[in-house]
Write a protein that binds this ligand. Structure first.
Ligand code: PEP
Ligand code: MN
Length: 366
């Protein structure tokens, strides 16, 4: 379904339109002192928009669930003393009313909230009649339609100053990052709604202060518009997301190290073909990475077979693989003969690997 949104700029007066737009501040507002110290340092480093979580959606109860409305006057003080704009996460109508009452300049909808259309609708209804810029994080699950649905709900409530925050997608298995970026989803969002600014959240994607630079660089190389980065005066002492927060000084280093490349070659704007190719490149990289993962499991199997005196090749198992992959191909509307050809190549390499591992183990045992 075509997404037709009526959009206006999210830029606030005095904030430059040049890439990247930076939003920084602590995961959570904890104390007035922590908020003010962090804000002063960030402001001195040129940050213009200050983020702080006031109401925190935590995975398990019992951890710090945000300071609540008590923290809103601290944000007012940030505005007054540093001139920075402030941004908070809202998940309910009450949050919206409170944030507006305390002069918050920008809101964002968190990943867990975007996944719930009832909650998004409640926030949209509470915002009706305001001119608030609202950023919508991707839902925790990789569902682009659900993400777009949230923009549509807000837009139908008259909210035109919209932007997206790409914060990666939750995965069960352990990967390098806390959340899987699945960049192709953000690229596809841009292809579907080209005027919508996209801000990357390297803090929640990586989950690790040491990986913020590389994720930010990737985001800039993909030509996204901004970065929202968690920064705390003393990350080690943070009450939430301690591992991924950076000090304001570290943030400054990251900003200096990021290379902003020109998105266009010469003066040619990027075409839809460029964007589709970019998605293909990302998916191809994932295909190769998955094949590599599969090979490393094959090697573990080889070790097991060696230790238990089993042969590398077992005809029945191979027949089972081919039959089940054929079925998967059909379910996914792929030509089964093509998928079988692919599997023959993968299986051949896997058998070669296993044979090599077993030979090596045999040699080592002698
Ligand atoms: C946050 O920004 O602190 C937050 C809770 O993020 P997310 O909704 O991406 O998990
Ligand atoms: Mn956080």
């Amino acid at each position: 379904m075509e997404a037709k949104l009526e959009l206006e700029s999210i830029l606030l007066p005095g904030v430059e339109g040049k890439r990247p737009l930076i939003i920084a501040g602590p995961c959570s507002a904890e104390t007035e002192e922590q908020v003010m110290n962090t804000a002063r340092e960030l402001s001195a480093n040129g940050v213009k928009i200050f983020r702080a979580g006031i109401w925190k959606p935590r995975t398990r109860p019992g951890s710090f669930e945000g300071i609540g409305s008590t923290g809103l006057p601290w944000l007012q003080r940030v505005k007054k003393e540093t001139g920075m704009y402030t941004a908070v996460e809202v998940a309910t109508a009450q949050h919206v009313y409170e944030a507006i009452k305390y002069g918050v300049d920008m809101l964002w909808i968190g990943a867990r909230t975007t996944a719930n259309p009832f909650a998004v609708q409640e926030v949209a209804d509470a915002l009706r009649g305001t001119d608030m810029p609202v950023l919508v994080k991707n839902p925790v699950n990789p569902d682009l339609e659900l993400w777009i649905g949230a923009f549509e709900r807000l837009n139908r409530a008259g909210i035109k100053r919209l932007g997206a925050i790409h914060r990666g997608f939750s995965v069960y298995q352990k990967i390098k990052y806390r959340n899987d970026p699945q960049w192709q989803i953000a690229i596809e969002l841009h292809r579907r709604i080209p005027q919508l600014p996209i801000i990357t959240d390297p803090s929640h994607i990586s989950g690790d202060s040491e990986l913020i630079l590389e994720v930010s660089q990737q985001a800039m190389d993909l030509n996204f518009d901004g970065l929202i980065i968690e920064s705390h005066e003393c990350p080690a002492r943070a009450w939430s997301d301690a591992k991924q927060q950076v000090t304001p000084a570290h943030l400054k280093m990251i900003m200096n190290d990021i290379v902003i490349r020109d998105a266009s070659i010469g003066d040619k704007p990027r075409t839809e073909l460029d964007e589709l190719r970019q998605q293909i490149d990302i998916l191809d990289k994932q295909i190769v990475e998955i094949v590599a993962k599969r090979m490393s499991i094959s090697e573990k199997i080889a070790k097991y077979k060696y230790e238990n005196g089993i042969t590398v090749l077992q005809a029945r198992r191979y027949d089972e693989i081919l039959a089940s992959r054929r079925a998967t191909a059909e379910q996914n509307k792929l030509n089964p003969d093509f998928v079988i050809k692919l599997y023959e190549a993968i299986h051949e390499e896997s058998v070669n690997r296993q044979t090599a591992v077993m030979l090596e183990l045999q040699k080592a045992a002698k």
